[in-house]
Design a protein around this ligand. Structure first.
Ligand code: NAP
Ligand code: ZN
Length: 346
């Protein structure tokens, strides 16, 4: 066993405490990683506040891990000590079902093992990346390209893949009009990917405050959703809307912005269900969909794509004792655009 320092919450909304846990003994196909940086995803807050239900406490959140390989098991073939690596939202899957075989482990029929707030296949709770070390099966570890520093790479492991995957799946590209709703951690990466893929990109944010940054990241247009005229101006105009907002929205209002055959894809995951009128879909043959992170192969593709296109999150690096304050700031939309914890401060 290997002891590691972690940040843990004892119950929903409790403050973070520094403590230690034991990581499992290295199995033959395991990699021991020194986590250098871990991003703070809004999902960490939904989980630590138990807004989705089913929270397992004590909880060590974190699924945007970037670090360096410290040791490998005897059957590990793809990684060596010193490699720069990342771990995202899940750490195991059955490897045999149709979804695992096609590289979409997040939909594993046995049930994917999440990086935290989940049980592994032995029945032990998983603990995430607000931690100095983690032991992970090599199949769930990705390589961080040299062009990406570890701090900026960490948010790509969730925010990056969660936006890249649906943009690829729904063919954001040349000739397509794509709206990104919400310019937070996910949204500001979605803008960069949609632009790099060749789409015409519109950002819809609560206010005009982030306009200059959105345009500098590749947005072609920017609108404030607080201005009711926005919804009249943009009616029937998008092929694809990617909703990254962490709260409930007026779904019908956003559906009305889609062209015939357009799709509203939700990645934002508020705790309460959304409601919509079925006529918002029927009258223009529109679709409403959701998307969950992305598989390991696609995560590696996203990292390589990011390195090639110079795509990176804008981050604010914080110390381990600043996480409670950071959560409050995320909830106030007061982050430009991702907090990343420096694990050397733990
Ligand atoms: P974030 O950084 O907090 O960004 C969310 C953005 O939503 C904010 O920056 C804000 O953008 C907008 N927003 C917040 N409250 C709002 C409100 N009351 N009304 C309208 N807009 C509001 O969060 P994130 O880390 O990007 O995560 C976003 C959501 O995606 C979360 O619900 C998270 O759990 C979910 N998520 C899902 C997946 C998946 O696989 N599907 C993966 C990761 C995260 P503006 O200020 O620009 O309006
Ligand atoms: Zn996340």
């Amino acid at each position: 066993m290997c002891e590691t320092h972690v940040l843990s919450v004892s119950s929903a909304k409790a403050p973070f405490e520094k403590t230690t846990i034991e990581r499992r003994e290295l199995r033959a196909d395991d990699v021991l990683i020194d986590i250098k940086f871990c991003g703070i995803c809004h999902s960490d807050i939904h989980n630590a506040y138990d807004e989705w239900g089913g929270g397992m406490f004590p909880m060590v959140p974190g699924h945007e891990m970037a670090g360096v390989v410290r040791a490998v098991g005897p059957e590990v073939t793809r990684f060596a000590v010193g490699d720069r690596v990342g771990v995202g939202c899940f750490v195991d899957s059955c490897g045999q079902c149709e979804y695992c075989l096609r590289g979409e482990e997040q939909f594993c029929t046995k049930g994917v093992v999440l990086s935290y707030n989940s049980l592994d296949y032995d029945g032990n709770p998983t603990y995430g990346g607000y931690s100095q070390k983690i032991v992970v099966k090599e199949d769930f570890v990705v390589r961080i390209p040299d062009a990406l520093d570890l701090d900026v790479a960490s948010p790509l492991l969730c925010a990056g893949i969660t936006t890249y995957s649906p943009l690829k799946k729904w063919n954001a590209g040349e000739g397509k009009k794509v709206a990104v709703v919400g310019m937070g951690g996910l949204g500001h990466l979605a803008v960069q990917y949609a632009h790099a893929l060749g789409a015409e990109v519109t950002v819809m944010s609560q206010s005009l405050k982030k306009k200059d940054e959105a345009l500098s990241l590749g947005a072609d247009h920017y609108f404030a959703t607080s201005d009711a005229a926005t919804f009249t101006k943009l009616a029937n105009s998008f092929d694809l809307i990617l909703n990254t907002v962490s709260a409930n929205l007026d779904v019908d209002a956003y559906l009305s912005l889609l062209r015939v055959d357009g799709t509203l894809v939700n990645v934002g995951a508020p705790g309460q269900s959304d409601k919509y009128n079925v006529f918002s879909l029927i009258m223009h043959r529109r679709s409403i969909a959701g998307s969950l992170v992305g598989g390991i192969r696609e995560t590696q593709e996203m990292l390589d794509f990011s390195a090639r296109h110079g795509i990176a999150p804008k981050i604010e690096v914080i110390r381990a004792d600043e996480v409670d304050k950071a959560y409050e700031r995320v909830l106030r939309s007061d982050v430009r655009y991702r907090f990343v914890i420096d694990m050397s401060t733990l």
